[in-house]
Design a protein around this ligand. Structure first.
Ligand code: NAD
Length: 286
């Protein structure tokens, strides 16, 4: 395994590209929007500079890793050379479908086809190809360079060999792995979506200010981040997409809070748009 292609250069894709390059892989990061690729390059460079500043990488290693990442809008070419494709496009099934149908056309037979979906079924995504044994969910966490876990989810047809390859990549990029069976939302997104949604209902009901609710959860329940701080980091649109999917699959308790929908309609998407529950207009991006 040498070449990893990451599809989607948003919040997650750029983080995944960074950890893969830092771990010694040749990486191609693909997006359909050139501005996303430019922002990704900028953020990745800043992350590398910080790694050198905190003695996590040598300057030599940083330069090699930076040189190992290519930014591209040519999906076909980037898929052809990949030993592993990690899809990190928007959490909408039809968008995942188009990427996996393209992988079916362009990727080699041996290529592992991983999805970074937060909630969706790797079995269903595997059915978009004729090689479901190579398809697997590889769920990274945000921010990717700091979070230690990859939650790996096998689809019905995922082979042991595919699971092993993902475990090897995880070890090489310094992550811990947990392998779980398929169910909507897996382990982490199911819990996180419920907690985050409940916080929006509380805000809507006037139970407290965002600051008070976040402080209560952090200091009272020992969570490292408050639910609104986390929602702003994850992206309110990403959180809403997860809830819509879980609502459809698992029922009423995942119905998105109307206030969350209202924030997304207003373009308050979190840190990435400069404003979510909190205002980040004066904060640096990374
Ligand atoms: P995002 O909106 O920040 O980025 C998505 C990117 O995909 C955009 O840059 C978009 O231009 C690009 N894109 C869309 N269609 C494409 C295509 N056909 N080819 C190439 N690029 C395409 O989204 P995100 O928050 O990075 O989420 C990506 C995936 O990761 C989703 O499945 C999400 O559920 C999952 N995820 C997100 C988080 C999080 O905290 N944000 C955490 C874990 C998993």
């Amino acid at each position: 395994m040498e070449n990893i292609t990451v599809i989607g250069a948003g919040v997650m894709g750029r983080g995944i590209a960074y950890v893969c390059a830092a771990g010694g892989y040749q990486v191609q990061l693909v997006d359909i929007h050139s501005d996303q690729l430019e922002q990704a390059a900028d953020e990745i460079n800043k992350l590398f500079e910080k790694s050198v500043m905190y003695n996590k990488l040598t300057i030599d290693r940083m330069q090699k890793a930076i040189a190992a990442i290519q930014f591209s809008m040519d999906l076909e070419q980037a898929m052809q050379s990949a030993d592993m494709i990690i899809e990190a496009v928007t959490e909408k099934l039809e968008m995942k479908r188009s990427v996996f149908e393209a992988a079916e056309r362009h990727a080699s037979e041996h290529t592992v086809l991983a999805t970074n979906t937060s909630t969706m079924s790797p079995t269903e995504i595997g059915s978009f190809t004729s090689r479901p044994d190579k398809v697997i969910a590889m769920h990274f966490f945000n921010p990717v360079h700091k979070m230690r876990l990859i939650e790996v989810i096998r689809g019905l047809e995922t082979s042991d060999e595919t699971v092993e390859k993902v475990q090897q990549v995880g070890a090489q990029i310094g992550k811990e792995i947990v392998v779980v069976n398929e169910f909507p939302g897996f382990v982490t997104s199911r819990i996180s979506a419920l907690v985050g949604n409940e916080a929006f209902f509380m805000l809507q009901e006037g139970v407290g200010t965002p600051e008070e609710i976040d402080k209560a959860i952090k200091l009272g329940l020992n969570y490292p981040m408050g639910p609104f701080e986390l929602a702003d980091l994850v992206g309110l649109d990403a959180r809403l997409n997860n809830l819509k999917y879980l609502h459809e699959k698992l029922g009423e308790k995942y119905r998105p809070a109307p206030l969350l929908e209202k924030y997304v309609k207003a373009g308050r998407l979190g840190r990435k748009s400069g404003r979510g529950v909190y205002d980040y207009s004066s904060d640096p991006k990374v």
